[in-house]
Design a protein around this ligand. Structure first.
Ligand code: ADP
Ligand code: ADP
Length: 231
């Protein structure tokens, strides 16, 4: 894992009266799972998208592993950051293997290295490679799509994983299973994970620390599940 530091991080969307994210300061330790919980519209996704450089901050800095990445080339950032979202966001016209291989291809891995990595990742997320590598997303269940989404986020072995309600669209039993898998993965791979959820039970189960956010991503509490439960 790598540390993530947010310093006065701010996003004001053009034309909106208030900033979506206002002056957020936060230090996330290497290898920890931090959960963002908070009401819809409080800026959780905006914060993750800024860390992933899908949108530009209007103020402040982002450091990963001590390196200032606020203005880094997004393709370079793909080596450091993996991103998984609700409903997986797979490209429908691409096979499972092509979806997983997207970022490795973007950063210039050879085809044989990508092929081997896809096999390894499908095993890791519990999908039999021979059966699944050639399928299209529409030929997968919701839970299987989420697994592929997680595999894609892990593809280039980034030290940081950003997960925006990654299990939000699956049934409770599959979600429980995917949560257990994530915990197991985390024990093996020691990623630094920022995980957004609406589900407080999920936050308690997965989090090393929980950031309880209010409007504009103001941090109301940032502490261990035990401490938050006793407050
Ligand atoms: P959350 O993930 O916590 O639900 P978001 O980060 O999606 O919150 O949104 C934070 C705020 O920014 C909301 O008020 C939302 O309406 C606004 N917002 C999000 N995306 C855009 C956008 N592309 N343009 C303008 N406003 C946006
Ligand atoms: P586009 O702007 O064409 O969507 P992006 O580079 O933003 O291109 O994203 C392409 C796809 O890769 C999206 O489906 C997105 O969910 C996924 N993606 C974006 N960032 C990452 C990342 N850091 N790791 C893995 N997948 C990512």
């Amino acid at each position: 894992g790598a540390t993530i530091e947010l310093e006065n991080l701010t996003k004001r969307y053009p034309g909106s009266s208030a900033p979506a994210v206002d002056n957020v300061n936060m230090e996330i330790k290497a290898g920890e799972i931090v959960i963002f919980v908070g009401p819809s519209g409080c800026g959780k996704s905006t914060t993750l998208k800024m860390i992933n450089r899908l949108i530009e901050p209007t103020g402040g800095r982002i450091r990963i592993g001590g390196e200032d990445v606020t203005d880094i080339d997004p393709v370079k950032l793909r080596r450091k950051v993996g991103y998984a979202i609700q409903s997986a966001g797979l490209f429908p016209h691409m096979t499972v293997a092509q979806n997983i291989g997207l970022v490795p291809r973007m950063i210039g891995w050879s085809s044989s290295r990508i092929r081997a990595r896809v096999e390894e990742l499908l095993d890791l997320v519990g999908l039999e490679p021979g059966e699944f590598r050639g399928r299209y997303p529409r030929q997968l269940s919701g839970g299987q799509q989420q697994r592929v989404g997680v595999a894609r986020a892990l593809a280039a072995d980034p030290p940081v994983l950003l997960m925006d309600e990654p299990f939000g669209a699956v049934d409770p039993i599959t979600r429980d299973h995917l949560q257990d898998e994530l915990i197991r993965l985390q024990h093996e791979l020691h990623k630094t994970i920022v995980f957004v959820t609406h589900d407080f039970d999920e936050a308690i189960k997965l989090g090393d620390r929980i950031a309880v956010l209010r409007e504009h991503s103001h941090i109301a509490q940032f502490d261990t599940p035990e401490a938050i439960l006793t407050n």
